[in-house]
Design a protein around this ligand. Structure first.
Ligand code: PEP
Length: 245
């Protein structure tokens, strides 16, 4: 059965209320926090589940400015976000680079949070399912067989940071398609253990529509995760997810 996750992606921000105040407020939330690299150790000292937002596609060596998955593990990270759309669109990360990062994260014994999702044009043309399936196919590296767990985050690009979230019905359709693609392309048994999250302008106001169908395993949250009260409201909403079969 897939684990359920609520993940705070701070991006290149820290909560306006301050890291310590924020962490004190959310200390009992069953969540994962993804701060910028340089705050990983500080956050890990106060909160159990920590994720990095990115990692290098190499183990070590002459790669100025990069941080390896092993180093992230040494800083207390248990998870690494890979292939976030901001990495894909702003920094030009392609499926090949993301597949190498996936390999590094698995080799380091960490859990990858692999982000996928279509852009607006692809959705309008009716290609969202096909595009997401292709991204999962591109991530089907042999090392997946060694992974204890993988998290897939469906994050349609048009919904990230825009205030326009996908509807519960859209998410339900894509989650079904993602499970099918995982069965087809990924090693036996991994699909049923893979958590599928939704991300894209999730807030306490729209979360109930997104959980209603009961197929989603949680959320990757950007903007609304920067305020401890809003993030705690999302942690409460996670408790309203229907019981797993
Ligand atoms: C994200 O950064 O992954 C994200 C989903 O951001 P937001 O919630 O702000 O759309």
């Amino acid at each position: 059965m897939p684990n359920r996750y609520l993940i705070a992606n701070w991006k290149m921000n820290i909560p306006p209320e301050g890291i310590v105040t924020y962490l004190d407020a959310v200390k009992d939330a069953n969540a994962v926090i993804a701060p910028p690299f340089v705050y990983l150790k500080d956050v890990a000292a106060r909160f159990a589940n920590i994720s990095a937002q990115n990692c290098a596609d190499q183990k070590a060596g002459a790669f100025t400015g990069e941080v390896s998955a092993d180093m992230l593990r040494d800083c207390g990270a248990r998870f690494v976000i890979i292939g976030h759309s901001e990495r894909r669109t702003i920094y030009g990360e392609d499926d090949g680079l993301i597949a190498r990062k996936l390999e590094m994260v698995i080799d380091a014994g960490l859990t990858p949070i692999l982000c996928i999702g279509e852009n607006e044009q692809q959705r309008e043309r009716g290609h969202a399912v096909e595009f997401c399936s292709d991204q999962l196919c591109a991530a089907a590296i042999p090392q997946l067989a060694n992974a204890n767990e993988i998290v897939v985050a469906y994050e349609p690009i048009w919904a990230i940071g825009t205030g326009r979230n996908a509807t519960g019905a859209m998410v339900a359709e894509i989650v079904g398609a993602i499970r099918d693609a995982l069965e087809r392309f990924w090693p036996d048994g991994l699909a049923s253990r893979t958590s599928i999250l939704y991300g894209g302008s999730v807030t306490p106001d729209n979360v109930d529509d997104l959980i209603a169908d009961g197929r989603i395993d949680g959320f990757l949250v950007g903007g609304a995760s920067l305020d401890s009260k809003r993030f705690l409201a999302l942690a409460e909403a996670m408790k309203r997810l229907p019981a797993q079969p």
